[in-house]
Ligand binder design. Structure first.
Ligand code: NAP
Ligand code: 2V4
Length: 757
């Protein structure tokens, strides 16, 4: 089994289908390190599940995956279809939701979208890896996979099997999978070159026929001959041709089959979704007939339920028992969905003996309450976790429908980073979750929609209401049950020393950043801080390649993501060289070249009196400190999406006289102009541009090894010490965070009060 050099990660997800990829993204949002192993060498091109239901669409919207050109709810993209069915009986699926009805999206597209998202967030997907062995140890799971005939070893705190009905993880973990074998089957094919009428569940004397012609002329046919058990051999097109002729009388033998398969009505559910450090999600946890497209939706919702809980668990931030609620909640939901699917399979594939039952159910669905009940079940909108029996109206346990709050923000957007969300309608409550600020965001808002009648509504990262009520007496137990309280704050010393403070974990998750001059000093500290906040950081250097490599290694050791890019600024072609390396690094890691954050930090100091400064020295200082930031910004804007952040490092010397650094101070005066003018220009794109002015800050300069010099420099600060690189990095981290969205064009004095005089 795996040795010391095994690939080590927090969570190994086995299976890069939609469920595995969704889970990988959710885990990354929660801050966990994720590696996904996939048996197939390339994503499947097969046309599989193609229906996304309303609850899944809401969850995808919550993660920002629907909007924008090419997003799944692009009006130009897939059509929404409110007409669904229950066991082949027509059923309008419309219910109050931001995305009511069914959304027809080929599985290849869903997979592509989720794959790009997970990669952007930092999940590693290793294809062509087939799992062979799995062994649980007290603190980890060891796993062996075969890759091109070579055994590779992996170790992880947890393994999640998202590897489908035939799950190797489930088998190797010895998790029983009880249930019923298939008694009937539907055989289906995508066929080109045939011209037959469309049929929605047409029941004919010999069987059931379904045909739907797509925009590209290909027709999907599905057929079942009443009373015939599933065949044991692999389905061939000839089987479909024969069955179709028997049932409809039509001949489709001249068509070209693009894809042929069959699915039966087997129904099985894993006894436990968790066995120690092994968990199951999606079809690995439950096998069902994919009637009405519920299977994929069930799996995606398993992933969203599990992601935040597992991430909190591996990072040591989960309250006791949190991970076990995954089995408790999703096994119960799965059991209920499997039961409705079995009922539908009976109605759909039963012969003449089910006609009377079909007509009774058909009559019942004409009552809107019945229709809405069944639609809730199929769409997943009725899922409630741990709600009290019979308390249908209670908000606790159900999903929070999307609401637009006073601030204009929607709850779906507020849930995007997969953190807890506390909505309070009485400002007096705002302080209640102060001790949970590392994992819960608090928003004060007017009582609106389902919030009416509640002073506080606590929402979990998966969008389900953990608690809704009126008194702190109920809120505190709910906070304690679902979220670990913040670590105790460190004691404040006087004068204030730089401390490692509690942070909103992962508030830059999914973002990319370039920090120039990050091989040491404040640039290094900034790169480390942004990476700790979840960003993928490009660590730029001029000539110190080894130092930059060390910075990258340190970030990776701490679980962050970074890569080094070298370019000597102030030389011809500098910006071009920088962006060639930057774009290659981003593309390799995220599949894209998007840059969200730019910190222009690289700078040179003069250290020569005005009378001794040569034109060459002057030009060099301006080329590196002023010209390069201007052109770096100009070039970066091509890669920067709306909402981006630019911070330029200036100096307190633009407000404090030092005759030894006149040219340097002039160059910093010039760089400060960037914030004023660019902030105005870029406001419409939501991009902020600010200047940060450090005072004397400890860098590697030997001056800082001389106690007398440090004492003299310290005396300039109101805190009687010199700045540490982290003091400045923390200010930059704020300015690039979402919290600073309202700050642009500003000059931020980060000199420890040196400019107070
Ligand atoms: P530092 O320790 O001197 O490091 C400078 C960084 O910039 C290094 O990573 C260096 O990379 C890079 N760099 C310098 N010239 C470059 C060039 N031509 N091309 C590419 N990279 C170059 O810096 P620091 O003291 O932390 O200062 C960072 C920023 O804060 C500077 O803009 C500085 O002006 C400003 N500042 C400093 C102080 C202070 O007291 N330290 C006070 C106020 C403002 P290589 O070594 O790889 O070339
Ligand atoms: O005086 C600074 C100062 C200095 C220096 O000490 C000399 C050095 C380290 O070679 C370059 C330098 C760069 C600076 O940005 C500052 C600086 O920002 C500063 C100084 C004194 C008082 C307030 C300041 O902000």
């Amino acid at each position: 089994m795996a040795g010391a050099d095994a690939v080590d990660t927090h969570v190994l997800v086995v299976g890069a289908g939609p469920v595995g990829l969704m889970l990988a993204g959710e885990l990354r949002l929660g801050g966990a390190d994720v590696t996904v192993l996939e048996r197939l060498a390339a994503p499947t091109t097969e046309s599989r599940a193609s229906t996304l239901h309303a609850r899944t669409m809401e969850l995808l919207r919550q993660r920002g995956l629907l909007d924008g050109p090419g997003g799944l709810s692009d009006p130009e993209a897939p059509p929404n279809e409110p007409r669904g069915h229950f066991g082949g009986l027509p059923l309008d699926l419309t219910l109050p939701s931001s995305h009511p009805g069914q959304w027809k999206v080929p599985q290849t597209r869903t997979e592509e979208l989720l794959g790009a998202w997970a990669a952007r967030l930092g999940a590693r997907v290793l294809r062509g890896h087939e799992v062979l062995e799995l062994a649980q140890e007290p603190d980890r799971v060891r796993l062996v996979a075969e890759h091109h005939g070579v055994r590779r070893e992996f170790a992880a705190r947890y393994v999640v099997g998202c590897d489908g009905e035939q799950s190797a993880v489930r088998r190797l973990a010895g998790i029983p999978f009880p249930g019923d074998d298939a008694g009937r089957e539907l055989i289906r094919a995508d066929v080109d070159g045939i011209d037959i009428p469309n049929r929605r569940f047409q029941r004919l004397p010999n069987g059931l026929a379904i045909a739907a012609r797509r925009g590209d002329g290909v027709t999907r046919v599905m057929v079942h001959r009443f009373g015939t058990p599933p065949r044991t051999a692999r389905t061939r097109f000839a089987d479909i041709v024969t069955a179709w002729r028997d049932v409809t009388g039509e001949d489709i033998a001249h068509g070209t089959p693009l894809w042929v398969n069959s699915f039966g009505d087997a129904s099985r559910q894993a006894e436990r979704y968790r066995a120690g450090r092994v968990l199951l999600a999606g079809d690995a946890a439950h096998q069902q007939m994919p009637i009405g497209g519920q299977a994929l939706n069930l799996g995606l919702q398993d992933a969203v339920n599990l992601g935040w809980k597992l991430a909190a668990t591996v990072l040591g931030r989960a309250p006791a028992g949190l991970l076990d609620t995954y089995h408790d909640e999703r096994h119960a939901v799965g059991r209920r969905v499997l039961s409705n699917i079995r009922a539908q399979a009976r109605l759909l594939l039963g012969g003449p003996e089910v006609e009377s039952l079909r007509s009774v159910v058909g009559e019942l669905t004409s009552y809107d309450k019945v229709r809405a009940h069944l639609a809730g079940m199929i769409s997943g909108l009725d899922v409630r976790y741990g709600a009290a029996e019979g308390d249908e109206a209670a908000l606790t346990g159900s999903r929070l429908p999307e609401l637009r709050l006073d601030s204009g923000a929607s709850t779906a957007e507020l849930l995007r980073p997969a953190r807890g969300l506390l909505l309070v309608t009485d400002p007096a409550f705002a302080a209640a979750a102060e001790g949970w600020s590392a994992s819960v965001d608090t928003v004060v808002t007017r009582p609106t929609g389902p919030l009416s009648g509640h002073t506080a509504v606590l929402v979990r990262p998966d969008g389900y209401v953990a608690w809704a009520g009126d008194g702190a007496a109920g809120l505190l137990p709910a906070l304690t049950r679902w979220f670990a309280p913040d670590p105790r704050p460190t004691t404040t010393l006087h004068p204030p020393q730089p401390t490692v403070r509690r942070r909103k974990m992962g508030n830059l998750t999914g973002k990319t950043a370039l920090v120039t001059g990050a091989s040491r000093g404040m640039g290094r500290a900034t790169a480390e801080r942004l990476a700790a906040d979840g960003a993928l950081v490009a660590v730029h250097y001029g000539s110190s390649a080894d130092a930059a490599a060390e910075v990258v290694a340190g970030i990776e050791k701490d679980g962050g993501r970074a890569f080094a890019v070298g370019a000597e600024l102030g030389t011809p072609g500098d910006v071009h060289e920088l962006f060639l390396a930057l774009e290659a690094g981003l593309k390799e890691r995220t599949g894209e070249t998007e840059l969200n954050i730019l910190v222009n930090n690289a700078g040179v100091m003069g250290g020569v009196k005005a009378e001794d400064t040569t034109p060459e020295q002057f030009d060099r200082i301006f080329a590196v400190n002023a010209r390069a930031p201007f052109f770096v910004i100009q070039r970066a804007l091509a890669n920067m999406p709306d909402g981006g952040r630019i911070v330029n490092i200036s100096s307190g010397l633009t407000r404090f006289a030092n005759p030894d650094e006149i040219a340097y101070a002039m160059s910093k005066g010039a760089v400060e102009q960037l914030a004023l003018h660019y902030a105005k220009l870029l406001g419409p794109r939501g991009i902020t541009v600010n200047s940060v002015a450090p005072g004397i800050t400890r860098n590697g300069n030997p001056l800082f090894d001389i106690p007398e010099a440090v004492e003299a420099m310290s005396a300039l600060s109101a805190f009687n010490r010199v700045g540490e690189p982290q003091d400045v990095a923390d200010v930059v981290a704020f300015l690039v965070s979402d919290d600073a969205r309202w700050v642009t064009g500003s000059f931020v004095d980060a000199s420890g009060g040196t400019l107070l005089g």
